[in-house]
Design a protein around this ligand. Structure first.
Ligand code: PMP
Length: 417
C-alpha cells in the first residue's frame, strides 16, 4: 500500500525515474514522449544541460538566502532580466514560489493600491488552489466543493466561450462586454472594484483564447474606471503560445502580470510584475514568505531565459504549434469524436464528444490511457475532463510532434475503431 495521500491523485500510472528533453522514463525504463511538461512547467524540456549546470553551481554556492532577510545576486539579476521581458513600465518584480501564491500577491497588491475590495474574474478561469486563489477560480467545482465559504468580494463575468454558447466570436464578445458593464452597474460599482483578473488564454477550463476586441474592451473599462487589469500568464505565458506573453496576441497592456510554471524549468518560482509606482502603494513587508525567490530557483530561471533566447524557443513554439495544429486537424477528419481543437502555439486542447452539449469524458479518458500505453503522456482538462490537452515542452522538435501525433492516432484507432 502506498503511503502517498490520495488527495494528490495522479492522472497516469507512470512512476517517473528520469527525464531528458521531451522524454520521460519510468522506473522500468519505458520511454514516454512527455506532452504534459509537468503541466506546462518544463519549458526547456527535462534537465536541459544549461539549467542543470546553473542549478548545480548554485547549490554548491548557496541554497537558501532568505529574501526578506537579505538580498542575493541570482534574485537581483533575475529581476533585472525579467523586467526586460515585461510590457513597458512593469519595472518592479515580486517573487514567490507557486502560481497560487503569486495570484494572491497580485490580489493583495491590487486591494492595497486601489483601496477597493472587489475583484472581477471570468467564468472558467483557473487561478489556483489556496483559498484566496480558489475563490477566484470557476474552471470547475473541484477546487471549491466542500470548501465553502470562499473569500468574499469576487464577482464572476462571462468569458467569450463562443463555441460553448454556439454564437459567433463577435456576438459572444459583444454579449460578454455588455454583461460586464451590467455587472459594474449591478454588482460591483467601479469605485468598489480593485481589479479585473483574466487568463488571456484560459487553461484548465479548456484552452480557450480570448480575443482582441474582448481584451481591449476590458482594458478600456479598466482605464476609464481606475480598475487594474491583471493578466494571469501562469500557464499561457513564457513562450507557450508562440509569443513571450499570451496577452501580446491581443495588443493590450496589463497593470499587473503574473507568471510561474515555465519560469524556472521546474524549480519552484513565481513572480508578479507591476510598475514601481503601483508596487509602492502596497505596504512594505506585507507580502512574501520564508521560501520565495530561492537562490537555486533564481539561477535556474536565469538559465531558462538564456536557453529560451539562445535556442529561439518562442519561435520554435510558434512553428511547432502550427505543425501540431495542422496534424491534429488532419486527424479530426478521420475521427468525428474530435469535436473541435482550440488554443495557440503549444497550448492546444482537443474536445472529445459530439459538440458542446455532448462531451465524452469517458472516451477522452480512454484515449489518454491508450496514448500512455503507446508511450505518449497527455493530460485532460475541461469541466468533465472531456478535453485532451497538448502542451509539449518549448524545445520539442518537428520529429517529436509527428511521432506524438502518430502515437495518438494509434490510440484513436483503438478507442474509436
Ligand atoms: N493560474 C493558472 C492560469 C494556472 O494554470 C495555475 C496552475 N495550473 C495556477 C494559477 C496555480 O498555480 P499553482 O498550481 O502553481 O499554485
Amino acid at each position: 500500500m502506498s503511503h502517498l495521500s490520495p488527495l494528490l491523485k495522479q492522472s497516469s500510472r507512470v512512476c517517473a525515474d528520469h527525464g531528458q528533453g521531451s522524454w520521460l522514463y519510468d522506473t522500468d525504463g519505458k520511454a514516454y514522449l512527455d506532452f504534459t511538461s509537468g503541466i506546462g512547467v518544463t519549458s526547456t524540456g527535462h534537465c536541459h544541460p544549461t539549467v542543470v549546470a546553473a542549478a548545480q553551481e548554485q547549490v554548491g554556492k548557496m541554497i537558501h538566502a532568505q529574501y526578506t532577510t537579505v538580498t542575493h545576486r541570482p534574485m537581483l539579476e533575475l529581476t533585472d532580466r525579467l523586467v526586460e521581458k515585461m510590457p513597458a513600465g512593469l519595472d518592479s518584480i515580486a517573487l514567490s514560489n507557486s502560481g497560487s501564491e503569486a495570484v494572491e500577491t497580485a490580489m493583495r497588491l491590487a486591494r492595497h493600491a486601489t483601496r477597493r475590495a472587489n475583484i472581477i474574474v471570468f467564468n472558467g478561469g483557473f487561478h489556483g488552489r489556496t483559498m484566496g486563489a480558489a475563490s477566484l477560480t470557476t474552471s470547475g467545482t473541484k477546487v471549491r466543493t466542500g470548501f465553502h465559504p470562499m473569500m468574499a468580494g469576487v464577482v464572476v463575468a462571462p468569458y467569450p466561450h463562443s463555441w460553448r454558447y454556439g454564437w459567433s466570436e463577435e456576438q459572444t464578445t459583444e454579449f460578454c462586454l455588455r454583461e460586464l458593464d451590467h455587472i459594474l452597474k449591478t454588482q460591483t460599482a467601479p469605485d468598489d472594484t480593485a481589479a479585473i483578473l483574466i487568463e488571456p488564454v484560459q487553461g484548465e477550463y479548456g484552452y480557450y483564447p480570448a480575443n482582441t476586441a474582448f481584451m481591449q474592451g476590458l482594458a478600456e473599462r479598466c482605464k476609464q474606471h481606475g480598475i487594474l487589469l491583471i493578466c494571469d500568464e501562469i500557464q499561457a505565458g513564457y513562450g507557450r503560445t508562440g509569443k513571450f506573453w499570451s496577452h501580446q496576441h491581443f495588443d493590450v497592456q496589463p497593470d499587473i502580470l503574473i507568471t510561474a510554471k515555465g519560469l524556472a524549468s521546474g524549480f519552484p518560482l513565481s513572480a508578479i510584475a507591476a510598475s514601481a509606482e503601483l508596487m509602492a502603494k502596497g505596504a512594505p513587508g506585507s507580502q512574501g514568505g520564508t521560501y520565495g525567490a530561492n537562490a537555486v530557483s533564481c539561477a535556474a530561471a536565469l538559465a531558462t531565459l538564456k536557453v529560451i533566447e539562445q535556442e529561439n524557443l518562442i519561435e520554435n513554439a510558434a512553428a511547432r504549434g502550427t505543425e501540431l495544429w495542422d496534424q491534429l486537424h488532419a486527424l479530426q477528419s478521420d475521427y468525428p469524436i474530435i469535436s473541435t481543437i482550440r488554443g495557440k502555439g503549444l497550448m492546444l486542447g482537443m474536445e472529445i464528444g459530439k459538440g458542446p452539449n455532448q462531451p465524452m469524458p469517458d472516451v477522452a479518458l480512454r484515449l489518454t490511457e491508450a496514448a500512455e500505453a503507446q508511450g505518449l503522456l497527455l493530460l485532460r482538462c475541461g469541466i468533465d475532463g472531456q478535453i485532451v490537452r497538448w502542451l509539449p515542452p518549448l524545445v520539442v522538435t518537428a520529429e517529436e510532434i509527428t511521432d506524438a501525433v502518430g502515437r495518438f492516432a494509434k490510440a484513436l484507432a483503438e478507442v474509436q475503431p
